[in-house]
Design a binder for this molecule. Structure first.
Ligand SMILES: [Zn+2]
Ligand SMILES: [Zn+2]
Length: 353
């Protein structure tokens, strides 16, 4: 069962004492970054230096249709349990005038854009090609050029990750003009019973113009992953089972979900105040706490439960959803919770779609 850990200090990179046999740590990373190998403005070396010196533990380099070797970078900058560069690619495709960008994290070989007869067909073909190269796909910035609708995202199979925040200034995270924002899209897909985990990324291209909000600079969105060690397969397995939160500046000190309850606690900063919201089917707020920690006990009829933290200066953290189902008649009044996890989970009640 994921998220079943004793409450403990869960600072990025900090060791967590838990009842689990395995020591679990939290690692901060960015899974979407560009360099001079596509349309970024800096060398891979300079890009890696930026993240290593700004408190990250891992970085995935994802140039457009280019797989940058990371062996030399890790020889220079990698350090056990301190920093890791993971190879990756932003498979960059176009169908019917739509921009389709799908990241392949830790792909074994470069994946050429696959094309297709429709947006859904091309997305699926690219996701499948990334899986064939043993990579983990994530679908990027659906609202960039308003390219991918909720209905189209809903139809893609074997993809578990969706960007719900992208730091590039043209990715339209909030929606507008009648188009839904990415969190609204995420809630609609979850409400339909399809499990997707939401990630926040930089999509950084520009490292030579710091502080300019009109360029795609670094440090805007990231994930914090709970994993047994700082190694690419361990990190990605944790991400694909939803053992992480996404953030634009809120750090959590505790985040657990059992089969009956979700608990979130913020590591507060001096001048901020916080709201913690638990969200269910249709994006409905099930509970809001004006506090730095809160719990929610599942009733069984929520469809799913996820949590988000709103900070008083606009920063956010997003926890991952647990799918919640009513008890089958044979189970009496017990609440039946189906955690639709992908891998690495145990428990007879796990199901998958
Ligand atoms: Zn892109
Ligand atoms: Zn990109």
């Amino acid at each position: 069962m994921r998220h079943v850990l004793a409450a403990a200090a869960l600072l990025a990179g900090a060791t967590v004492a838990s009842a689990q046999p395995e020591t679990v740590r939290w690692y901060k990373g960015n899974t979407h970054t560009h360099t001079l190998n596509s349309d970024g403005d800096s060398t891979p070396d300079d890009v890696v230096r930026w993240y290593r010196s700004h408190g990250y533990q891992f970085l995935v380099l994802t140039d457009h249709n280019f797989l940058t070797s990371v062996d030399g970078l890790n020889a220079l900058h990698g350090a056990d349990e301190k920093f890791l560069v993971v190879k990756g690619e932003e498979v960059t495709d176009a169908v019917a005038g739509k921009s389709l960008h799908i990241n392949g994290l830790d792909v074994a070989n470069r994946v050429a854009p696959q094309g297709g007869t429709s947006v859904v067909d091309a997305l699926q073909r690219n996701v499948d090609a990334i899986r064939r190269e043993n990579g983990v796909p994530h679908i990027n910035h659906p609202n960039f050029r308003w390219s991918i609708t909720r209905e189209e995202l809903q139809q893609v199979r074997n993809n578990r990750l969706l960007e719900i925040f992208n730091g590039h200034p043209q990715t339209n995270n909030e929606g507008g003009g009648g188009m839904p924002g990415l969190e609204e899209v995420w809630d609609a897909i979850l409400s339909n019973g399809t499990l997707l985990y939401g990630i926040a990324v930089d999509d950084a291209h520009v490292f030579k113009d710091p502080g300019n909000p009109d360029v795609a600079g670094p440090g805007r969105g990231w994930i914090v992953v709970r994993a047994p060690r700082l190694e690419s397969r361990a990190l990605l397995a944790a991400v694909e089972r939803g053992d992480f939160y996404a953030s634009t500046g809120v750090e959590l000190s505790d985040y657990t979900a059992s089969n009956t309850r979700m608990t979130v606690a913020v590591k507060p900063t001096a001048f901020s105040k916080y709201r913690i919201q638990f969200v269910g089917r249709g994006g409905r707020v099930l509970r809001e706490a004006a506090d730095v920690s809160a719990s929610y006990d599942f009733r069984g009829d929520e469809g799913y439960v996820r949590a988000r933290v709103l900070e008083s200066n606009g920063r956010m953290a997003w926890c991952q959803p647990s799918m919640v189902r009513p008890a089958p008649a044979s189970s009496g009044s017990m609440v039946f919770i189906a955690l639709l996890a992908v891998a690495g989970c145990c428990g007879a009640r796990m199901t998958r779609r």
